[in-house]
Design a protein around this ligand. Sequence first.
Ligand code: PD2
Ligand code: ZN
Length: 285
Amino acid sequence: MTDFSSQEPTAAVLQWVSSQRAAGFDSLALYKSLRDSGWDHDMACRLVDLQPAQAPEQASAQEQPAEPAVPWPQGAGQRVQLDAGDRPVQALAVMREPNIVVLANLLSEEECDALVAAARPRLSRSLTVSVKTGGEEENVDRTSQGMFFARGESDTIARIEARLAHLLNWPMENGEGLQILRYGPGAEYKPHYDYFDPKEPGTPSILARGGQRVATVVIYLNEPEAGGGTVFPDVQFECMPRKGHAVFFNYSQPHPDSRSLHGGSPVISGEKWIATKWLRAHRFD
Ligand code: PD2
Ligand code: ZN
């Protein structure tokens, strides 16, 4: 758990508060984002000019008492066949701490091909969300090309999103739009965490829209000839890409204790296409 209660506000957080005010966020919205990124009640009130009694003393995401609910493929670890609504999906492997499920047949071959065909003309060098600024930037650790679909952009995308919501028991509205990535030979995505680091200055503005990421689904849209597995270095686990299969993992705390460190190994030959779905704690509009 991150505890900033003993910290004095940095110039970065003061600057963030004034930029968010300029963008139209009110004190209570800013208070909530600050609490979610680890500031205590009194300091969050001070930073947004509220009297302590004016803000509902809301627990930060990190302080919530019981383990918060996170997405999970319903039935994984108890049976192979899972109910994804419109399609049977299989849970082939289940690991705990980190919480990983390898899913078979999440997408049909036709759905994989349709996503690749729709994404191909819209690819550009991949950007990642910067927790320093809250904006987007090129990342040397990520040498792929990518694009985002809007949620529900086509019938195929809406069907896949409804399937994921059913399977994972998580509202469709809490999902980011599907991201498509293409890796050529030598391209990789070095190990990283998908959650936003609560200590970074740009994180509160990212969390203002949908809260933390709590789970990831990496869906394989094709099979590279060699390389390109998804690796979890903390447990030396690697999931190899198989068309239509996926690897799911969740992280209930935005902390390395989740052991959710993961990366995309270099493609050795052929190319690798994936669709990534990130799930947020709250509605993402
Ligand atoms: O391509 C992958 O296997 C991979 C690895 C790590 C994708 C992501 N992260 C991601 O999209 O977050
Ligand atoms: Zn990732």
